[in-house]
Design a protein around this ligand. Structure first.
Ligand code: ADP
Length: 484
């Protein structure tokens, strides 16, 4: 395992479901906190405001009433209070300018003649201003207000009001309680729903994970079940497509390995047979011996050809070769002539004529070696699978589609049903004929892979004007260019 892998394995594993649960819980907690505080605080603030307004006007009324009297006395304050009849107030205190109580609605307090120690009153008397202090305590609104009594700018006394309101306090507590109950219900529902949702989600992810593990173990036929159209379903579909590709590649690889071993086994078996015959013979004529050794040599050559071609294909299979580096345009005609020159002896031996119709200025976006490989393989096949007296015509032309190389022969032809398959590795229409002609069944695969690597296409067709086959390679023009 790599360092990073080991570190990851050591780290405590937090499942996706746990992460979802924590995220949901945090979200729910935030919402509930808001739900439990905001309405209570704003209702409290509203009540405070109304208390301030009421107490302010009551304090003003009382102090201006007292200012209308000649002096602040217990009797005068008592009369005024009877006229004003403030129902909401719990206690009303009237003092002289020093804060000594001259009137108190709470008789039980026996405060007459003592100093009133309310800080609000002290401030009102010292600074000559109204002071309001609403508060919510022990489930009740306990609001205090104080105001100076002034005559001609002179503070002649003070009033202090106290309101103890349990009604609105109870209402507020009730609201708080209700919100708490609602929150608990919402919380329970949210937890249940989020548990269900996250479980459903993690179950689907778990299925996908299990599928990936199964495929990783090599069971390429396994597919995950997908339902719906969301991202997870898309992930499942993509995974299935990937697995299908993997399965195809694996099948192709297996077939290739088994075909390749089979192809290598055949000449090896022949060599073994020939050498055994030589070894077992007590006495062998020199000419027979030479013939046998010649056969061994031929089989060894075949092995060399197969391994060389296999190596070429393996090189092309490596990722960086599948799309070759773009190369400068290479003139095609000289390469074709060079391939033709190499094939002259074989053509003469097979009594086949090579004919050319080449446009000299045609180029292909392909390096010379690859171009030679393509031309040589197609032309060699056209000679190999031809008939005595036959012709191979190589045409090279620049068209609107690009540079087109056509190799036509008047040979044995390829049956319609085999045309699409002859590019497969080791596929041969007539095994015996291919073997007799020194074929490996790999030439056309190399042609196809090389052409594709350079952005071109290759196809095989039966000739229209007689027996034989026609192979057409097209190298498209570079993007944005079009021949006129
Ligand atoms: P081989 O080494 O056997 O020639 P190729 O991959 O070049 O392998 O070709 C595959 C098969 O396609 C050949 O075995 C042959 O049956 C068929 N084939 C290829 N070219 C021609 C052609 N010009 N005419 C007829 N058959 C052909």
């Amino acid at each position: 395992m790599t360092d990073a892998g080991q570190k990851a394995a050591r780290r405590p594993h937090i499942g996706l479901q746990a992460k979802f649960a924590v995220a949901y819980a945090a979200l729910i907690a935030a919402v509930l906190l808001f739900l439990n505080t905001y309405p209570v605080l704003s209702s409290q603030e509203l009540i405070f405001r109304s208390k301030r307004d009421t107490l302010q006007s009551q304090a003003s009324l009382l102090s201006s009433g007292l200012a209308g009297l000649e002096e602040v006395t217990q009797a005068g304050a008592g009369q005024l209070m009877e006229q004003l009849s403030f129902q909401n107030l719990t206690q009303v205190i009237v003092t002289d300018p020093q804060g000594v109580v001259v009137y108190d609605t709470d008789r039980s307090a026996q405060s007459i003649g003592t100093r009133c120690d309310w800080p609000e009153l002290e401030t009102a008397l010292t600074h000559g201003v109204d002071v309001l202090h609403p508060a919510f305590q022990d489930g009740a609104f306990q609001s205090r207000a104080a105001a100076p009594v002034t005559i001609a700018g002179q503070v002649v006394g003070g009033v202090a009001l106290f309101e103890y309101d349990t009604d609105q306090g109870t209402l507020l507590l009730e609201l708080q309680r209700n919100l708490r109950s609602i929150s608990l219900v919402v919380c329970a529902i949210a937890i249940a729903v989020s548990l269900l949702l996250s479980r459903a989600l993690t179950r689907r992810i778990g299925r996908l994970l299990q599928g990936i593990r199964t495929v990783r173990e090599g069971e390429y036929s396994h597919r995950v079940k997908t339902s719906g159209h969301d991202e997870l379903a898309q992930l499942g579909q993509e995974f299935n497509q990937l697995t299908t590709r993997l399965q195809t590649t694996e099948e192709v690889r297996r077939r290739f390995v088994s075909d390749a071993s089979h192809e290598l086994k055949t000449p090896l078996a022949s060599i073994r047979l020939l050498t055994d015959s030589i070894l077992q013979a007590d006495h062998m004529e020199e000419s027979t011996m030479r013939e046998f050794i010649g056969d061994v040599n031929q089989e060894a050559e075949r092995l060399t050809r197969i391994t060389e071609k296999l190596l070429t294909l393996t090189r092309m299979d490596s990722a960086d070769r599948r799309t070759a580096e773009p190369s400068d345009p290479t003139p095609v005609a000289p390469v074709i002539r060079r391939a033709g020159h190499m094939l002259e002896p074989l053509a003469a031996q097979s009594e086949v004529t090579l004919a050319y119709r080449l446009e000299e200025d045609c180029t292909a976006p392909c390096d010379e070696d690859d171009l030679y490989q393509i031309a040589f393989n197609l032309m060699e096949n056209a000679v190999k699978y031809n008939l005595p007296g036959g012709t191979v015509t190589v045409t090279l032309a620049g068209t609107r589609a690009g540079t087109v190389l056509k190799v036509e022969d008047t040979g044995v032809g390829v049956p319609e049903e085999d045309l699409a398959r002859i590019f497969e590795r080791f596929y041969r229409v007539d095994k015996a004929r291919s073997r007799a002609a020194g074929g490996t069944g790999l030439g056309l695969s190399i042609v196809r892979d090389t052409v594709r690597a350079h952005g071109g296409t290759v196809e095989a067709r039966a000739r229209e004007d007689g027996p034989g086959t026609s192979f057409v390679v097209t190298f498209p023009l570079p993007d944005g260019e079009e021949e006129h």
